[in-house]
Design a protein around this ligand. Sequence first.
Ligand code: NAP
Length: 219
Amino acid sequence: MATAIIGTGNIGGTLARHLVRGGEPVVLAAKDKANAAALAEELGELARAASAEEAIAEADAVVFAVWLDTTKELIATDARLLDNKVVVDPSNPLGFDESGQMIRTLPDGQSAGSVVATLLPTGAHYVKAFGTLAADALASAANREPRQAVLFYATDDDTAATTIERLIHAAGFEPLKAGGVADAVRIEMPGGDLHQAGLNGALLDLDEARAAVTAEPSV
Ligand SMILES: NC(=O)c1ccc[n+]([C@@H]2O[C@H](COP(=O)([O-])OP(=O)(O)OC[C@H]3O[C@@H](n4cnc5c(N)ncnc54)[C@H](OP(=O)(O)O)[C@@H]3O)[C@@H](O)[C@H]2O)c1
């Protein structure tokens, strides 16, 4: 089964390249299907383009690499297709004000993960992942040597944990569970102590990441 990547921008495009390099088949969807088609053509036989609905229907895992408001809209439209799927959510609670400044769109302490998880059908397997690094770091740090960089994830669901560990390994990173959905706030920005932005830009190896998870968050 393939992984559906909805959104082929900074995060979705990077992730698609990493997963294909790691041998994972992907089905790509974007707002403009031509954008997904161009990336699928670049990536070769492990990638194809489809509508969001087709991509979700034929995948066992779905990455919503779109802005949080779009994730909410797509879940509302496609909820029945998400039953029994692993749903991977990299979103941060960010948007833009009238002057183009980036702003937090949820109250302090409320994670995008806690919002998205409650919108899903009960049979979906939710995990917050792939949003813990800035897109340029996600692009450049895959298969880091001599020690791979960690990507944190947060979930309450064993099926989602198994799938996301496979996908993070395939993408060229070391997976580490930061906690359950209640801990998603720690791996989001702004404010998360385990997000790259909360780590002053650092990318952690597994030993450093384990120590950071068990350290008391300073916020
Ligand atoms: N950028 C970062 O450094 C970063 C880091 C961590 C987490 N994140 C999170 O990752 C998510 C994606 O961010 P990004 O920077 O990758 O965004 P982006 O570069 O703006 O890409 C957004 C993608 O969403 C697609 N899209 C928009 N509406 C859609 C719809 N209705 N159906 C299907 N696809 C749709 C767009 O399609 P088109 O290509 O056709 O326009 C585009 O490919 C956000 O939630 C963000 O908070 C971003």
